[in-house]
Design a protein around this ligand. Structure first.
Ligand code: ATP
Ligand code: MG
Length: 244
């Protein structure tokens, strides 16, 4: 996939997370979490419901602020310039009341990508080109997710965060999205994704961060995580036994 942003600097990596905690309503939801997320490949965040995965991702993207600790991109705390180079796709994307193409053009134009052909290329890549003039609100759930991913990708972010972006999608939509992720990952985009889909994590992950009760129970290369998880919590989760 190509676009005209070209200016995006990669290299604000690794992400160094140092002892972050986040307390809301007197509950410690992120508990002294430290890790280093390396600059390449796909890092997958796993863990049971309520473990703190979404909150952690929000902290990484600056949507939530830890009350202690710090997050450094290379050596720099998150600032608007670094944040501009990140995209986040939620499980339920916000879609504008306009056509599918106009949804994409809206984001593209904010970054100076004015040529509609480029937006059409991205729609084709996500198998949405036949719906370009369709009202985006009428898309199915899977089509909306693919549009959200096209919007996230068109700015050519240095880091793409995905929070359960493929849950409830059919196998063909999942495959389209995974193929696109693998392709941009090979081109150097860092991908950090949350999933409960163990098959997907096995297909995509280079490393796995396993959260439990707001703590990082384990951070391992994918192969060893799936073959021989170190933490009891990850073992139980992978065996289908862990409920918070
Ligand atoms: N804004 C908030 N205020 C208070 N508590 C919150 C807030 N956001 C999340 N929580 C709580 O923090 C905990 C972790 O939430 P989070 O959304 O990060 O879980 P998760 O690991 O993403 O779970 P899931 O797999 O269900 O998406 C939950 O118990 C949740 O109720
Ligand atoms: Mg979540």
């Amino acid at each position: 996939m190509s676009n005209q942003t070209g200016m995006v600097q990669r290299g604000l990596m690794p992400i160094t997370v140092q002892n972050i905690t986040l307390t809301l309503n007197e509950r410690m939801l992120i508990d002294d979490l430290s890790c280093i997320i390396k600059s390449d490949g796909m890092s997958v965040i796993m863990g049971p419901n309520g473990a703190g995965k979404s909150l952690f991702m929000r902290c990484l993207h600056g949507l939530a602020k830890p009350d202690m600790g710090q997050i450094l991109y290379a050596d720099t705390p998150l600032d608007p310039l670094i944040r501009q180079q990140q995209s986040l796709v939620f499980q339920t994307p916000t879609i504008l009341r306009r056509t599918v193409l106009a949804n994409l053009l809206f984001v593209a134009r904010q970054r100076g990508i004015d040529d509609p052909k480029i937006s059409m290329d991205y729609l084709a890549q996500l198998q949405l080109d036949h719906l370009a003039q369709h009202p985006a609100r009428l898309l199915s759930g899977g089509e909306k997710q693919r549009l959200a991913l096209a919007r996230a990708l068109i700015i050519n972010p240095a880091i793409l965060f995905l929070d359960e972006a493929t849950s409830n999608l059919d196998p063909a939509s999942i495959e389209t999205i995974e193929t696109n992720l693998q392709s941009v990952s090979k081109q150097g985009m860092k991908i950090i994704l949350v999933t409960h889909d163990i098959g997907q994590a096995k297909r995509l992950a280079d490393d796995v961060l396993f959260l439990h009760h707001g703590k990082l129970a384990e951070h391992s290369p994918a192969k060893s995580f799936f073959q021989k998880p170190k933490s009891g919590a990850a073992k139980a989760y992978l065996a289908g036994k862990l409920v918070l």
